[in-house]
Write a new protein. Sequence first.
Length: 109
Amino acid sequence: MLNIQEYRGVSLTNVWLEKIIIQLNRDLSLTGFDKAFDVGLTALEFEMEAIDFFEELLLKNEKQLFNLLYRIDVNQTKITEGNGLPQVHITKLIIEREFKKVVLKSEFS
């Protein structure tokens, strides 16, 4: 499992996972994807499905993947810092960024 650290004192729970999936689905839609993850997925199911999806993007449409990373606002320097499988690293960065977005949104809404 991707080891996502807590953010601003908030741990990644099922409630937050659902919000992350909703936010990611919104960003996917705004970037022109017709992909949507099921909000009822467990953390492990979501992780595996996301890794598969981002691996396919890496292989077939890297430009669209980078448009998505820009839309989500993933730090570009962190993309090249990863060790291991790039699809796992990118998935972790995306989930971490979406987690930060939903925590901040709930804090300041």
